[in-house]
Design a protein around this ligand. Structure first.
Ligand SMILES: [Fe+2]
Length: 179
């Protein structure tokens, strides 16, 4: 097991059966909560969590890597459900300290913020396919490569009831029934 990406059981479902995951447009949007399963919302409530939002990331073929950190450079986990994107994978990086000055803040299309790392500022340390679903570490620089297919990623941002992000280990412990 590594601390970048961990696959969860497919019985952990996010989307209602009548929602077509391929219907989301290209780019970065959020999912209307009406498409989220009632049982998922009940589950996270029973775990003392709440859903900030579900982000949707849709990338076309031959994309990559778009290295960034979500929100802030702290240990933070998200749960991602990926549709399509055959042979795509996520990459994780360490920062090259002497290049730190080239790193930029970015406001995303959904008005969250991320930190963008030009490729010359980082060195790859891990790569792995993200499944449907997988828990991922989004608090260190990461990116995505797609091959011939577009890739639809639904990414649940969960918070504690005290509005804190969850570390990878904390999330793993809470979702241990799906390991
Ligand atoms: Fe991300």
């Amino acid at each position: 097991m590594n601390k970048f990406c961990f696959d969860l059981k497919s019985s952990l479902k996010l989307l209602n059966d009548d929602y077509d995951p391929f219907s989301a447009p290209m780019g970065h949007t959020t999912l209307d909560t009406k498409h989220i399963r009632e049982d998922f919302l009940k589950l996270i409530d029973s775990l003392n969590l709440k859903l900030l939002y579900v982000e949707i990331f849709v990338k076309g073929p031959d994309y990559g890597p778009g290295v960034h950190v979500d929100h802030g450079r702290i240990d933070q986990a998200k749960i991602n459900w990926v549709y399509g994107g055959k042979d795509s994978y996520m990459t994780w990086y360490t920062i090259i300290p002497e290049k730190v000055k080239d790193i930029k803040f970015n406001v995303t299309p959904i008005n969250s913020y991320s930190v963008v790392y030009p490729e010359h500022t980082v060195k790859e340390i891990h790569r792995q396919e993200v499944k449907c679903p997988s828990m991922i570490q989004s608090g260190i620089p990461h990116g995505i490569y797609t091959k011939d297919e577009s890739r639809w990623c639904y990414s649940a941002v969960l918070l504690t009831k005290e509005n804190k992000r969850l570390t990878f280990d904390a999330m793993l412990e809470l979702f241990k029934d799906f390991i």
